[in-house]
Design a protein around this ligand. Structure first.
Ligand SMILES: Nc1ncnc2c1ncn2[C@@H]1O[C@H](COP(=O)(O)OP(=O)(O)OP(=O)(O)O)[C@@H](O)[C@H]1O
Length: 155
């Protein structure tokens, strides 16, 4: 499923819409260039989960934890992991834990990914305008296929 968006608010709305359907242990992978909208989308998820804190890019911290919503949100950036396995972060514990996991640059932790996950690909196309983006949902496994159908099937 793929959508065109024309404003940051629209991108946020897609994240917010998804939040209602998320449950503990869900793993969401965000792919896309710098400035494509990954953090903006995560802000939408956080809003939908009722998290009041401002969401910042996890680039310099590797992982940011937000605890005060309907579910904890773990926002991670795998880019800086040294050995590529995610062991040093205790990724497995997060993925089998109590919250929703949002992972940027997941290609760096391919061996540590669970069987099922929701991959979301963000692209910009400046020829169509500075604020133009596409958001493509690529769910793996029945759980995430169902979630995408329920959250966006009517869009
Ligand atoms: N349609 C849109 N969707 C999302 N962001 C948009 C859109 N149009 C413009 N923007 C702007 O583009 C920027 C997107 O930044 P954001 O931090 O979400 O990207 P990112 O993919 O997380 O980048 P990085 O990898 O650098 O953290 C923001 O400044 C936002 O206001």
């Amino acid at each position: 499923m793929k959508f065109n968006v024309n404003t940051p608010e629209e991108t946020m709305n897609y994240g917010e819409q998804l939040a209602d359907y998320l449950s503990p242990k869900d793993v969401i992978l965000l792919d896309g260039d710098l400035g494509a909208g990954k953090t903006t989308f995560t802000k939408g998820i956080a809003k939908g989960l009722g998290i009041k804190r401002n969401i910042k890019s996890p680039t310099f911290t590797i992982i940011r934890e937000y605890q005060n919503g309907r579910l904890p949100l773990y926002h991670m950036d795998a880019y800086r992991l040294d050995d590529g396995s995610g062991d040093e972060l205790g990724l497995e514990e997060y993925f089998n834990g109590d919250g929703v996991n949002v992972v940027e640059w997941s290609n760096f932790i391919e061996e540590s990914l669970p069987k099922d996950y929701l991959k979301i690909i963000f692209k910009r196309d400046d020829s169509k305008g500075n604020n133009y983006r596409t958001i493509e949902f690529d769910p793996k496994g029945t759980h995430f296929n169902k979630i995408i159908e329920e959250s966006y099937g009517k869009n």
